[in-house]
Design a protein around this ligand. Structure first.
Ligand SMILES: Nc1nc2c([nH]c(=O)n2[C@H]2C[C@H](O)[C@@H](COP(=O)(O)OP(=O)(O)OP(=O)(O)O)O2)c(=O)[nH]1
Length: 106
C-alpha cells in the first residue's frame, strides 16, 4: 500500500516481543492464509523511503500444505529465481533479489 504496484516478498512489520521468524510466520498466515517452515536467512538491508526507513530481513521458506491465497494484495505470483529481475521490486528488496538469483544460478 505504501509502494503501490511494486513487487514485495510476503511479510510485514515485526511486533513487540516477536522474533523475525515468528513475525514472518504470522504475516504469512494473516495475509496469505498459508503455513510455512522458515529456512535460511538471506539478507538484511536498510532502505530510506520518503515515508521512512525500512529494515528488511528476508528468509527462505518452505510452504507447508495449501497454496498461498490472496487477501489484501492485488496480485500474487510464483517466479523462477532466474526471472526475478524481470519484475519491478520495491527498492529495499533489490539486494535480496540479487542474493536469491545468485544462490540459484546453475
Ligand atoms: N512485506 C514487505 N514489505 C516490504 C518489502 N519491501 C519493502 O520495502 N517493504 C516495506 C513496505 C512497508 O512500508 C513495510 C512493511 O509493511 P507492511 O504493510 O507489509 O507490514 P504490516 O503487514 O505489518 O502492515 P500494517 O499492519 O502496518 O498495516 O516495508 C517486502 O519485500 N515485503
Amino acid at each position: 500500500m505504501s509502494l503501490p504496484g511494486m513487487w514485495e516478498f510476503p511479510g510485514g512489520k515485526i511486533e513487540l516481543n516477536e522474533t523475525p521468524e515468528q513475525a514472518l510466520l504470522r504475516e504469512l498466515e494473516e495475509e496469505l492464509l498459508c503455513s510455512a517452515e522458515i529456512g535460511e536467512f538471506i539478507e538484511t538491508t536498510e532502505h530510506e523511503y520518503d515515508f521512512g526507513i525500512v529494515i528488511l530481513t528476508t528468509y527462505y521458506c518452505s510452504l507447508i500444505g495449501d497454496e498461498p491465497r490472496l487477501t489484501e494484495h492485488s496480485e500474487i505470483r510464483w517466479v523462477d529465481a532466474a526471472e526475478l529481475d524481470q519484475l519491478e521490486w520495491a527498492p529495499a528488496d533489490i539486494p535480496a533479489v540479487e542474493r536469491v538469483m545468485k544462490d540459484f544460478q546453475g
